[in-house]
Design a protein around this ligand. Structure first.
Ligand SMILES: [Ca+2]
Ligand SMILES: [Ca+2]
Ligand SMILES: [Ca+2]
Ligand SMILES: [Ca+2]
Length: 484
């Protein structure tokens, strides 16, 4: 097994510093599901629309028949549902819902009266309470109490969409355990390829590439071993794990993942180039790259520049300001179709190992104690900017699902303009904020995201100059006060 790759002569060495894994604790879904105290608390909460009540009047009765009760609570008919003889009434906010309900029932004129209860997206995955990055209610994760609302507001996003089956996200990474119950049906299927006939049916140069390709070994085996392919399996689950009754849920649980395996412990730029070309030929618009190295590659830069896709890239885990000499690529390439992602923990702190840079990183996303899928039907917590990037990728996929005609730059702009400001990020990432999927999915996309044509060349020059001065100021502060 050790020798299975001898004979591989690859020239360009990409120094990979992927997925800093400080605590990997695979466990089975059933053993951990029971002790989540937060779930119980949520069930007990009664959420309803303030100042509204649903009422069914007895035959012949109406709001007017209520006389004093109507006046006391200022009851007004808001909506009528004649098919089940029910009305939605509004009432004076000085009255409590319990008073209004009891007065209505006491009148003897109604069959029932109840609050206008809230209905939200139902998350039935038993480990969902551990996924603080989605909704942080202050729950304890690996013994660390979270800060409420340091999260991506996933549930607000899911009200808009959970993603579309026809949106495909490329995952350039290690392999993916496609047989994991939480990833089953989430893996892209090549519509032009017939499985196992030894023929390249869609003539893209790859024989029997039914679910993507393994560029590392040059075959169609997306999964090789639990060790080798844990990283890609974890990343895939953060993006698109099924919203079912098992395990975790992904940010975009209805989209499809295209596995593009380019590495085991490490990989090479040559395979990155091949993987991007493959995804591009299939029309993939969003590509996750939870990988990097400190060497600038002109070839990698050019292929990303010439591909009309959004590349969501991990900033890296070297504790570096990647605006400077010790950088990380592809995160630090100055290209409009790259989003570079730093990590944040469940208390809103940037972990010491996360790379950053107000020019070269855009935003932060949850990257500490992130629970996701692992090979062999298990789950585990990983740390790393490798885990943060897929949160952004999943959100980009939701945006594309909601608006299929959105351009790459519109998606990027929407993600960046809707971040939540977090104080620890103000000198770390260009937006000074963390991903907020809820805000992103509820924002309107602008028509021309690149630059308003109304801006004159002089105004543009001014803007460039201001950005330049900001950077100089930042470097000044950094040098003299040793910030960051
Ligand atoms: Ca929240
Ligand atoms: Ca083929
Ligand atoms: Ca075939
Ligand atoms: Ca699940």
């Amino acid at each position: 097994m050790l020798n299975r790759r001898t004979g591989w002569m690859k020239v360009v060495v990409l120094c990979l510093s992927i997925g800093l894994i400080t605590s990997t604790m695979p466990f089975s879904a059933s053993s951990e599901a029971a002790d989540s105290g937060t779930t119980k608390k949520r069930v007990q909460e009664r959420k309803y629309k303030e100042g509204e009540i649903l009422v069914k009047f007895k035959t012949g009765e109406s709001v007017e028949s209520l006389n004093r009760t109507q006046v006391n609570h200022h009851l007004i008919e808001k909506m009528d549902f004649p098919q089940n003889q029910t009305k939605l009434l509004s009432f004076n906010l000085q009255s409590t819902i319990d008073q209004v309900v009891s007065d209505l029932l006491g009148s003897g004129l109604v069959e029932y009266a109840e609050p206008n209860y809230e209905r939200t997206f139902t998350v039935t995955d038993p480990l969902y309470g551990e996924q603080w990055g989605m909704e942080n209610r202050g729950q304890s994760i690996s013994g660390i109490n979270g800060t409420p609302d340091i999260d991506i507001d996933a549930e607000r996003a899911w009200v808009q969409t959970r993603g579309s089956n026809s949106v495909v996200v490329g995952v350039i990474d290690s392999g993916i355990d496609m047989s994991h119950p939480d990833l089953r049906n989430r893996i892209w299927k090549n519509p032009g390829e017939i499985s196992g006939d030894g023929i390249d049916n869609d003539r893209n140069g790859y024989i029997d590439d039914v679910n993507g390709w393994n560029f590392y070994d040059e075959n169609n085996a997306i999964f090789y071993s639990s060790n080798e392919d844990a990283h890609g399996t974890h990343v895939a689950g953060i993006i698109a794990a099924n919203n079912n009754n098992i395990g975790v849920t992904g940010v975009a649980p209805n989209v499809k993942i295209m596995p593009l395996k380019i590495m085991a412990e490490g990989g090479y730029v040559s395979d990155v180039l091949e993987a991007i070309a493959y995804a591009k030929a299939k029309g993939v618009k969003i590509i996750n790259m939870s990988l990097g190295g400190w060497t600038f590659s002109q070839a990698e830069y050019d292929v990303i520049k010439n591909t009309n896709a959004l590349f969501v890239v991990a900033a890296g885990n070297n504790s570096s300001n990647i605006d400077g000499y010790f950088s990380s690529y592809p995160a630090a390439y100055d290209l409009p179709n790259i989003i570079s992602v730093a990590a944040i923990d469940n208390q809103g702190n940037v972990p010491y190992w996360s790379n950053y840079g107000t020019t070269s990183t855009d935003l932060a996303a949850p990257g500490v104690n992130i629970l996701s899928t692992l090979p062999g039907n298990t789950y585990g917590y990983y740390n790393g900017t490798s885990m943060a990037a897929p949160y952004v990728t999943g959100t980009a996929a939701l945006l594309l699902s909601k608006n299929r005609s959105a351009s790459v730059l519109q998606i990027k702009e929407t993600l960046l303009k809707t971040t939540t400001s977090v104080s620890s990020l103000s000198w770390k990432v260009s937006t000074g904020g963390m991903l907020n999927a809820g805000k992103a999915l509820n924002a309107t996309m602008s028509g021309n995201p690149v630059r308003s044509p109304a801006m004159s060349p002089a105004q543009e020059a001014q803007e460039v100059q201001e950005v330049h001065e900001d950077n100089i100021m930042y470097r000044f502060f950094q040098r003299f006060f040793n910030w960051g």
